[in-house]
Design a protein around this ligand. Structure first.
Ligand code: FPP
Length: 286
């Protein structure tokens, strides 16, 4: 019998650990999210609880990144975005901590590109990258290039990232593009009237990705901290008390399990909702 050519990539589910497989078996494989975004928090507290310096918490946090990325790639999660360094971190943390985080990022990329390739993971970035130290930018470009041909999970690191800044950048670039399309002949009020959500979405740093289905925040804080504000309008949010350095692939799968139990409405009604009792006009006159 002729062997049929197929483009299907063989499943890597057997590479999940036994613990991960136990959680995975409870998931609906047809409802794996397209995009999970994570606010990695609690590195400092993890270190503090052990009377260690904060930088050791960050170092341990970088280990968690790799565990989680590999589990994401094994379940074929298309997009994983990690909030690794915010604009505010850059401005408000002590210089020594910022400089350590930059060194850690560099050594993380150098040390893990081979594993990314083994796991078919492509590395990308969002944020004001041009403001990062040149040598860090060089390593980032190198790692992106080395993994550019991979076709599995896209790992996006948000670096020197702030969502308000991103929205400002996007509106500026969308208006500039609109003006250029009209050869600069259209008055400002007409340009503004023509600006749509679609124009802004297409000008965001994340234009090439679907919006996150699920946002995870570790360490129990109930905040979004200027992360992907536009893109998470309808995302499900999952907060765990677990500190980032203790977060593993199994915990990613648990978050996905909870996500699968949620009912997403996007501003509409629940599927089962049928208001049979009265017509809206009748309800008003009662
Ligand atoms: C929050 O912990 C985390 C960060 C500021 C940065 C995240 C960085 C990492 C996970 C490590 C490096 C990442 C890569 C991609 C190599 P925190 O310091 O705010 O913790 P705290 O709130 O407990 O003080």
């Amino acid at each position: 019998m002729p062997v049929q050519a197929t483009n299907r990539v063989p499943s890597r589910l057997h590479e999940l650990s036994a613990e991960e497989q136990t959680v995975y078996r409870q998931l609906d494989p047809t409802k794996i999210p397209q995009h999970v975004a994570i606010i990695m928090d609690g590195n400092g507290r993890w270190a503090g609880k052990r009377a260690l310096k904060r930088f050791l918490g960050h170092q341990q946090g970088a280990e968690s990144v790799q565990y989680v990325v590999e589990t994401a790639s094994r379940i074929d999660l298309p997009f994983l975005t990690l909030y690794a360094f915010s604009l505010e971190n850059n401005l408000r943390r002590p210089k020594a901590e910022v400089s350590f985080l930059m060194k850690l990022l560099k050594s993380y990329l150098i040390g893990n590109v081979k594993r990314m390739n083994d796991n078919n993971v492509r590395i990308a970035y969002v944020g004001r990258i041009s403001q990062l130290p040149n040598e860090v930018q060089e390593t980032m470009h190198w790692a992106a290039e080395q993994t550019a041909r991979n076709t599995g999970t896209t790992l996006t690191l948000a670096l020197n990232y702030g969502a308000r800044g991103e929205i400002v950048d996007a509106v500026r670039s969308a208006l500039t593009r609109l003006a250029a399309e009209q050869n600069g002949t259209v008055p400002l009020n007409a340009l503004l009237a023509g600006l749509t959500e679609e124009h802004v979405s297409r000008a965001l740093y994340t234009a090439h990705m679907p919006d996150p289905d699920l946002v995870i925040r570790t360490s129990g804080e109930m905040r979004i901290s200027n992360f992907l504000l536009w893109q998470i309008a309808y995302s499900e949010i999952y907060v765990t008390e677990r500190l980032w350095p203790d977060f593993r692939g199994k915990h990613l799968l648990e978050a996905i399990q909870q996500y699968q139990g949620r009912e997403r409405r996007f501003g509409g009604l629940a599927n089962a909702t049928e208001d049979k009792a009265v017509e809206p006009e009748q309800a008003l006159v009662r």
